[in-house]
Design a protein around this ligand. Structure first.
Ligand SMILES: Cc1cc2nc3c(=O)[nH]c(=O)nc-3n(C[C@H](O)[C@H](O)[C@H](O)COP(=O)(O)OP(=O)(O)OC[C@H]3O[C@@H](n4cnc5c(N)ncnc54)[C@H](O)[C@@H]3O)c2cc1C
Ligand SMILES: [Co+2]
Ligand SMILES: [K+]
Ligand SMILES: [Mg+2]
Length: 516
């Protein structure tokens, strides 16, 4: 059945050029190809985000994007690629190369593809006259008013203002010519969506699987084969940094029943217990960070932690009354404790200052030999919590000295210290630094949290944490002085040495086992 449909569809495609003004083959979703034009992209000077935006939007509209091609600003290359794509796909979208300078030749290339001449377009000439003034015809701006002979213009209406957009989208046969500047492209695309809308809709389901791709590959292959005839596509996308699953498996087709059947098959055949319960996993916990929400989650299951959280929030609220955001920073080095703390502090700040536009300041005293994974996690956290990270290098005391002279307005540091940390037994929630240290108020809202509390909090809320904790590390310091915790070591049934994740450590007194 599938083969038959495909042949039918290919037949349609072979006569693509004659099909242009007919509606597309109803048997299959409408297809599209995207051509990104620009030397700067091939040189790595500009990152192509336009094709990504177009793919996302087209997919939502039910259009099946089949190919993206990135090519240079060259008339012949543009002409041959356009000709090829125009015959292969129902619609073609190009991005870039339509400016007034010599290096923008997309219009010429597309004209050449269809053996047309480039001519002044009366409507565009009028528009340019209004926009640039009479004299524009003798300037390079005239290029903006020229199109291939058979070009059509599509004027979008600005959804917000209700006005006609100043410049139209140009199309030639089934090729839609977009400008390369992302805001212009997006504006045109979003206001002209109706040109690309179809009756189709893709049905997508996803499974989050906590198993290695190599271990689930046979099941995926068998399922893909079984449902191929029904047009179901199964995708497998490993995520190296997620703490809760290793692979995202997608099941998708234009047929809802087929999608559901394939999903069920996968659920039945994948190893027991490796599927993440979508009700228990939150993919964006930072967006749902209401302070009350945390405490409530733990209220019945873990009443002791519930009270610890409430107590920590009280301390943070007090800190926010005593210090302005300019005077406060969090001591953040990517470790598990300050990761939990950061989430709490961020929530408290969002509640106290819902309209704020200043960032939360974070102090990062960078080790001489930091773990790469830790640095990676720092970067992600900076974006996730919109941090202003103040990075200091060198020994801690000296770094704090420098901080004091460079950022004299900072008065207090919120820290993820716990009583069980070295030299921390006698700390209280608000303790100034010791005599020979530069003067700061140290605020420690999670002093009485245990190792287990930290993990319960992080994992229950699906908070991201540094991936090293999933690979056998239970406490992180300098790379040359930190090892995996031997208590987490085991040998699997193929005799490979492996390490369990940090949250599995039973005896929490052994947390610092891997620190040299
Ligand atoms: C602002 C500040 C003030 C300090 N004042 C004193 C003091 O008065 N007397 C004293 O003896 N020691 C002080 N220290 C040192 C501290 O007691 C620990 O020795 C140090 O944090 C390492 O702790 P750890 O490895 O045991 O635990 P960690 O869990 O690594 O540290 C506990 C907390 O300290 C903060 N922190 C740790 N390392 C960094 C870093 N590299 N960059 C940013 N924040 C970090 C984090 O909030 C973290 O959760 C201070 C440290 C800082 C950051
Ligand atoms: Co079939
Ligand atoms: K893959
Ligand atoms: Mg710690």
């Amino acid at each position: 059945m599938h083969a038959l449909r495909n042949n039918f569809h290919n037949l349609g495609r072979r006569f693509g050029r004659f099909r242009l003004y007919q509606s597309h083959n109803k048997e299959m979703p409408k297809t599209a190809g995207i051509i990104v034009v620009g030397d700067e992209i091939l040189k790595g000077q500009t990152k192509d985000i336009n094709s990504h935006h177009m793919c996302q939007s087209l997919h939502e509209l039910g259009v099946d994007v089949k190919q993206i091609s990135v090519i240079r600003d060259d008339v012949d290359v543009i002409a041959s690629e356009t000709k090829k794509f125009s015959a292969l796909y129902d619609i073609v979208l190009t991005s870039g190369g339509i400016g007034p300078t010599h290096d923008d030749v997309t219009i010429e290339g597309i004209a050449k593809a269809f053996e047309e001449r480039v001519v002044p377009n009366p409507t565009l000439v009028e528009l340019c006259k209004k926009y640039f003034g009479q004299g524009f015809k003798d300037t390079p701006k005239m290029k903006l008013a020229c199109t291939p002979q058979s070009a059509e213009l599509h004027f979008g209406v600005d959804k917000v203002k209700g006005e006609r957009l100043q410049f139209p989208l140009i199309s030639v046969k089934n090729v839609y010519i977009f400008p390369g500047i992302p805001v212009l492209l997006n504006r045109l695309f979003d206001n002209l969506k109706h040109l690309f809308t179809t009756d189709d809709h893709f049905f997508m389901e996803k499974l989050l699987v906590n198993a290695f791709e190599t271990d689930i590959a046979p099941v995926l292959t068998a399922c893909a084969k079984k449902f191929d005839g029904a047009g179901v596509q199964i995708g497998s996308y490993p995520d190296w940094f997620n703490n809760y699953y290793k692979v995202k498996v997608t099941v998708e087709s234009a047929n809802e029943d087929a999608t559901k059947a394939a999903l069920k098959e996968l659920k039945d055949k994948l190893p027991q217990g490796c599927l993440l319960d979508s009700h228990k996993y939150c993919s964006d916990p930072v967006a749902q960070n209401g302070v009350e929400a945390f405490a409530d989650i733990f209220e019945t299951e873990d009443p002791i932690l519930h009270h610890k959280i409430e107590n920590s929030i009280e301390i943070l609220n007090e800190a926010l009354t005593m210090y302005s955001l300019d005077e406060l920073c969090i001591g953040f080095n990517g470790g598990k404790d300050c990761t939990a703390l950061l989430h709490l502090l961020y929530a408290a700040i969002c509640r106290k200052y819902p309209q704020r536009n200043s960032k939360l300041q974070a102090l990062y005293i960078q080790d001489e030999h930091p773990f790469e994974e830790l640095e990676e996690f720092m970067k992600h956290s900076t974006n996730r919590y919109n941090l202003n990270v103040i990075t200091m290098k060198g020994a801690m005391k000296a770094a704090l000295d420098t901080l004091q002279s460079q950022q004299p307005y900072i008065k207090a540091v919120v820290m993820g210290t716990r009583c069980t940390d070295p030299y921390s037994k006698n700390l209280s929630a608000f303790t100034p630094t010791d005599g020979d240290w530069p003067y700061y108020m140290r605020i420690s809202p999670i002093l009485n949290w245990s190792y287990r509390d930290i993990w319960t909090f992080l994992r229950k809320l699906s908070l991201p944490y540094c991936v090293l904790y999933d690979r056998g590390y239970t406490s992180l310091g300098s790379r040359d002085k930190t090892q995996r915790n031997e208590k987490l070591r085991y040998t699997d049934n193929q005799n490979n040495v492996k390490y369990r994740p940090a949250h599995c450590l039973q005896n929490e007194d052994l947390e610092r086992n891997g620190r040299l």
